[in-house]
Write a protein that binds this ligand. Structure first.
Ligand SMILES: [Zn+2]
Length: 408
């Protein structure tokens, strides 16, 4: 009797845990699926899995028992490591990362110390009502008439380093305005708009209770009881196509319709309203890549000239940060991302950087606070280059003898 009661209790605990885990805190694994071809990578992306890293013989991603079963059923050979022991404390161990409140305070500090060149703005509210805060850096009061460059971070919750780098770019520009002639000239002749945390609800969820949750999406309650829409699959170009999932439980769930989420609606309406925007950079982590459109199709962008501009700018930036430059869909297809939409609809030269580290084994989404400074340093020159190029991205084509500008 006692034993059977114990068994019933144990079963109830296990079932209860699994039931709870489905939506919130499932046991999390780092998974390598052995792959040889891009077709196999696309097959995995199309299974609704958010691939984090493409290796020569495999792809890496974060998943639960569900994804393991799914890929085994598809015949993939897997290497699996349990990550449950590797959760870290964001506020304590990684306290120099900025949570939502601290991002707001950091923006306020830049504005109060540099009121002549910095102003705060908001592009809207998140699903849970948090401010989607930005900072405008410009030495000119002439709004909407200067070449405009946009930096964004943290479409994906667990990619905390993608908050730090745009925030540090804002600080760098403000701090060096008076002491660096190049920075002063750029700030005086450009409008630089930075939104470091596009997904504050997800970012806050990922660190609540002092434990990383490996959360990627926003916090939309889906109709089936799961949570979250992948904001970087929710944009309009190629919506619901390859590499995005129609399953709400998936990490790459594209949402019920294009721009269904307040965060992507806010980005869309704001970018549409900034008519002088010529370049945009959306920071993500990790893998050390410089990516450009398209991601939703294997096709090149329709304009051969634009394709050349993307390639030249992407490769030039990679000379500084040493990341791998490539067209996004050369990795695997992923539909509905920011950069495909920004280029497709608005002809903005839009890039994605997958920041440090280069692999899951080097820290993945949680590389530790010591990664912040070197990652910023590796990417300040690419950022300044984009700000420079914002005046006329096509100027990179002028010197065909030295298309990458490598000859001093
Ligand atoms: Zn991402």
């Amino acid at each position: 009797m006692k034993l059977s009661l114990l068994i019933i209790l144990l079963v109830a605990i296990v079932i209860g845990d699994v039931g709870f885990a489905r939506n919130q805190d499932a046991k999390i694994f780092s998974i390598l699926a052995l792959t040889k071809t891009k077709e196999e990578r696309n097959q995995i992306a199309n299974a609704g899995i958010a691939i984090d890293k493409v290796y020569s013989d495999s792809v890496g991603f974060i998943g639960t028992e569900k994804e393991i079963k799914q890929l085994k059923a598809l015949g993939f050979e897997l290497k699996i490591a349990d990550l449950s022991q590797r959760k870290r404390d964001f506020p304590a161990g990684d306290s120099s990362f900025h949570n939502y409140k601290e991002v707001g305070e950091a923006l306020d500090a830049i504005v109060s110390q540099n009121p002549e060149i910095a102003q705060r703005f908001s592009i809207g509210k998140s699903l849970e009502g948090r401010d989607l805060a930005g900072i405008r850096i410009s030495g000119s009061s002439k709004r909407d008439s200067l070449p405009t460059v946009i930096f964004m971070g943290c479409h994906h919750a667990r990619e905390h380093l993608s908050v730090e780098v745009p925030l540090k770019i804002a600080e760098y520009l403000a701090q060096n305005y008076q002491r660096d002639a190049r920075v002063k000239n750029l700030v005086d002749t450009r409008e630089i708009l930075i939104v470091p945390m596009v997904n504050p609800d997800g970012a806050e969820y990922d660190i609540n209770n002092g434990e990383y949750k490996w959360w990627r999406k926003n916090r939309r309650p889906n109709t089936d009881g799961t949570f979250g829409v992948d904001l970087n699959r929710n944009y309009g170009t190629g919506f619901a196509g390859a590499g995005s999932s129609s399953s709400p439980a998936s990490d790459t769930y594209h949402g019920p319709s294009a721009f269904s989420e307040p965060e992507t609606q806010a980005v869309r309406d704001w970018v549409r309203g900034r008519r002088k925007t010529t370049v945009l950079l959306s920071f993500h982590t990790f893998s050390e890549l410089v990516l450009w459109p398209f991601g939703h199709t294997n096709d090149q962008v329709p304009s051969k000239i634009d394709q050349e501009v993307f390639e030249m700018m992407g490769k030039k930036m990679a000379t500084w940060n040493k990341y791998t430059p490539q067209k996004s869909s050369d990795l695997y297809l992923a539909a509905g991302d920011t950069t495909d939409w920004a280029y497709d609809e608005l002809k903005i030269f839009a890039f994605t950087f997958e920041l440090t580290p280069d692999s899951m084994f080097a820290g993945g989404f949680y590389p530790g606070a010591s990664a912040i400074e070197p990652t910023f340093k590796a990417n300040i020159e690419p950022a300044l280059y984009l700000i420079e190029r914002a005046e006329n991205p096509y100027a990179v084509l002028k010197n065909q003898q030295d298309p990458l500008g490598l000859i001093p």
